[in-house]
Design a protein around this ligand. Sequence first.
Ligand SMILES: Nc1ccn([C@@H]2O[C@H](COP(=O)(O)O)[C@@H](O)[C@H]2O)c(=O)n1
Ligand SMILES: [Zn+2]
Length: 389
Amino acid sequence: GCNSDSKHNNSDGNITKNKTIEVYVDRATLPTIQQMTQIINENSNNKKLISWSRYPINDETLLESINGSFFKNRPELIKSLDSMILTNEIKKVIINGNTLWAVDVVNIIKSIEALGKKTEIELNFYDDGSAEYVRLYDFSRLPESEQEYKISLSKDNIQSSINGTQPFDNSIENIYGFSQLYPTTYHMLRADIFETNLPLTSLKRVISNNIKQMKWDYFTTFNSQQKNKFYNFTGFNPEKIKEQYKASPHENFIFIGTNSGTATAEQQIDILTEAKKPDSPIITNSIQGLDLFFKGHPSATYNQQIIDAHNMIEIYNKIPFEALIMTDALPDAVGGMGSSVFFSLPNTVENKFIFYKSDTDIENNALIQVMIELNIVNRNDVKLISDLQ
Ligand SMILES: Nc1ccn([C@@H]2O[C@H](COP(=O)(O)O)[C@@H](O)[C@H]2O)c(=O)n1
Ligand SMILES: [Zn+2]
């Protein structure tokens, strides 16, 4: 009959009775890129409410094609979601968020639960980037009894934040604890963290049935329409870069730049000078003879100075490196300054070296240590800027 016809729309045109609403929120880059590809891949008819801080979507045709509405901020999204739940028969809300910023998801759940309509809730979390792994590393260093104690409190902690009796603390046990309350999937940047030697067995026990390795190879199965949709979402098309790779027969190298918080332009110029030497005792994986590309940090203001000093080919710094990964526009090799970028890089791309700030204590630096544990870099290829002096 008509009422059971899942494709039959009500007067709103896009929300049907007993339907599911999909919510997408993120303040960073990686979850947004992953959520975009998920939307394109699943191609569902569900109404989608989206708020991505770094990727405002203004293209109405694009939004219509995914049955989506975009919100400048999360409070506006929540207001709209609440009114949909109150005025329509919404069966389920699937919330897609950023793991590190699980507090944003808590605020949405809080609002849904406060309506008292018993709406089903399902959660998808996508890692923000390297931050979760630094925290996981630190967590793994705690005595097992302490880890277990913390985990034992997490369900109540989350519940109290949803009830509004306690602010949400984004500790490891809390951000990875939602499967104790709702059907949850954690889309992890590096699900293999649980296969390393780091002692994380208690946490693994809580979430092992709820984790998925983030996918980077969607483009191998996307048709041209889906690819174009991704280019429209991100405003990025990899064709130019792919042409530049092919312009010479040499292998391609991308230098991963940082911002002034970590290194000056001169220091990065010096690293490149050293890396070009065929027999440097410091950088043993030389970049001599490779075509040199420069991918500056999105927030760096001195990129042109570095590009000019070594006559490199520029990759527009505002493009998130993850967009190159997603669109299969990767070089043969990379190297550069410590960055979250290295966490998502497939191991088919050679990682020649990573440089850190001069005063870094390598053996006690959680970020470096977790990168070594995950085989992102060899200990010998971890360098400090001061190694050059
Ligand atoms: N050369 C770079 C460096 C960074 N990005 C993007 O910024 C995000 C955060 O990187 P951090 O270096 O601050 O850890 C990263 O996930 C990339 O999206 C970049 O595109 N190019
Ligand atoms: Zn080339």
